[in-house]
Design a protein around this ligand. Structure first.
Ligand code: MLT
Ligand code: MN
Ligand code: ZN
Length: 305
């Protein structure tokens, strides 16, 4: 089973169009050691030509061009993307659906009922798409069991509901429901090996750590280094946890949490905000991650399990 990281950055991408923080400005000027990153998405395949797209990033067309495996060219109109699975209804995870409108049959779309309702109403992408290819929605419920992905029988998934935040446009932004955000366990039925992906993770629980301890690899929320990262820069009045992202540093932060996992688990941070110092490959913060055995995802990263 292969995971290809299509976009490793949080909403806004890196560099972000209107941002002149140390990282964004430094990347444009070539004065820092960092790689540009597109917005949040991964693709999973068992056979290398049929893929489950997890999240549909606003950068999807660039991502497809950068990853030719997603276009196997078996017919005059074709795509390797067999189905799309959404982790939440955030703009950085759903806007790319509009770019898939030329598809010739309804797009199989897996998400929780909460996410499906946000993208039918608050940000009515699926209503708009009904005038193009349309979607074939598959409502996911977290039942603690693995199910095969329709059309991709060699990939098994099990949704895990998470505590984070629905998007700012959602009527439920300040009263999150289970199902507004999820992580996904992906199992290779041939080997029984698992991966866990959760780009938006606001709070760790013992049950979640247990699930993660049984995985070969975890790809988890790497948005912010500190709780007050956006506040200190004057970019937001809210702290990291308040917008649904557990910061890496500090007490109970992501580093401390990941330290509790067995050393057999490969630990990778993903969905990295452009303000995060870990993007600078020679930063002290990156060195701390390395010392804890934690990797930082980049666009084009390939993970096998
Ligand atoms: C988030 O996860 O909080 C987002 O990256 C926000 C966004 O897309 O604007
Ligand atoms: Mn996001
Ligand atoms: Zn920036």
């Amino acid at each position: 089973m292969r995971i290809r990281v299509l976009g490793s950055s949080a909403g806004g991408g890196f560099p972000q169009w209107n941002c002149n923080c140390l990282n964004c400005d430094g990347l444009r000027r070539g004065t820092i050691n960092a790689k540009a990153r597109t917005q949040s998405s991964i693709a999973v395949s068992a056979n290398g030509s049929d893929w489950l797209l997890i999240n549909a990033s606003p950068d999807i067309l660039t991502q497809i061009q950068a990853n030719p495996e997603l276009q196997p060219a078996r017919a005059t109109r074709d795509s390797g993307i067999a189905a799309v699975l959404l982790m939440d209804a955030q703009i950085d995870h759903v806007t790319g659906l509009l770019m898939l409108r030329e598809r010739q049959s309804p797009l199989p779309l897996l998400a929780t009922p909460e996410v499906l309702s946000d993208i039918a109403e608050g940000f009515p992408i699926t209503r708009i798409l009904s005038h193009y290819c349309g979607v074939a929605p598959i409502a996911l419920r977290a039942e603690g069991q693995f199910m095969p992905v329709p059309g991709l029988p060699e990939i098994a998934i099990s949704p895990v509901l998470l505590s984070s935040k629905p998007p700012p446009y959602s009527p439920f932004r300040e009263c999150p429901r289970p199902g507004d955000n999820m992580g996904i366990l992906i199992e290779n039925p041939a080997s029984g090996q698992r991966a866990f992906y959760a780009p938006g993770l606001g709070e760790m629980t013992p049950a979640l750590l247990d699930l993660m301890a049984q995985c070969a690899v975890v790809l988890v929320d790497g948005t912010f280094w500190t709780e007050d990262e956006m506040q200190r820069l004057g970019f937001s009045a809210k702290g990291a946890r308040q917008i649904g992202h557990l910061p890496q540093s500090g007490p109970q932060g992501m580093i401390e949490q990941l330290d509790a996992l067995p050393s057999s688990v490969r630990k990778i941070l993903i969905h990295i905000n452009n303000t995060n110092p870990i993007l600078r490959e020679d930063s002290d913060e990156r060195a701390v991650l390395t010392a804890h055995g934690i990797e930082v995802a980049f666009d084009g990263m390939d993970i096998t399990f």
